[in-house]
Write a new protein. Structure first.
Length: 208
């Protein structure tokens, strides 16, 4: 039996590359994932938040648009449909719940856009795609959590909306390394490019 890389070679090993007009998308870096004692807490997310700080600083210095998402439901959770039935603890993410707030380490700037979503993909049921299109964006630099859930779903939808999806691997995280690595492999094979953060920083630095 061939190895996994050999099995994919020549079939699922293309590269989309960077375009001319990027935006950074920060998916669900909320306190629920970084607060010890929270059911969603994951130490790897804390590290990914730390790794994302300088990327955002450089993006803003280069006037690259930055979009955030956070998950918020009403008290009934009806907007979450089957999703909150599958993952009931998500219903706790209501407005006013501190765990639903964006992490203090990565505060949105005045010019950033914060989008509320109720499902995994940052694109599903939101105005993200038309907002990016209106700005002439062709490349989405995707950061956040979790890799196997909202990052993967957003990568798939981002590609399907026609954007080049770039995932700096240090800037995404999951609660366990197995689904994290498996989904990074799959994103890189089929939906976008998973690259080192240093490559993204070099790209941003080279922007006019």
């Amino acid at each position: 039996m061939s190895s996994l890389p050999d099995n994919y070679q020549g079939v699922f090993d293309g590269r989309v590359g960077f375009g001319r007009r990027p935006a950074v998308l920060v998916v669900d870096f909320i306190k629920a994932y970084t607060t010890p004692g929270s059911p969603l807490y994951a130490a790897a997310v804390v590290e990914a938040v730390r790794e994302t700080a300088d990327l955002l600083a450089l993006a803003r210095a280069k006037r690259v648009p930055v979009f955030y998402t956070r998950v918020v439901y009403s008290r009934t959770g009806v907007e979450g449909g089957v999703f909150v039935r599958k993952v009931p603890l998500l219903r706790a993410l209501v407005e006013g719940e501190p765990l639903a707030d964006i992490v203090d380490e990565l505060p949105p700037a005045a010019e950033d856009v914060v989008i509320v979503k109720q499902y995994a993909s940052a694109f599903f049921g939101t105005a993200l795609a038309p907002a990016l299109t209106s700005l002439g964006v062709d490349t989405v630099i995707l950061t956040g959590c979790s890799t196997s859930g909202c990052i993967r779903a957003s990568a798939v939808d981002g590609m399907q909306y026609g954007f080049r999806v770039i995932v700096p691997r240090e800037c995404v995280a999951d609660r366990h390394p197995a689904p994290h690595e498996a989904n990074l492999f799959d994103i890189n094979a089929k939906y976008g490019d998973v690259v080192a953060k240093a490559e993204v920083l070099a790209y941003l630095q080279g922007l006019p």
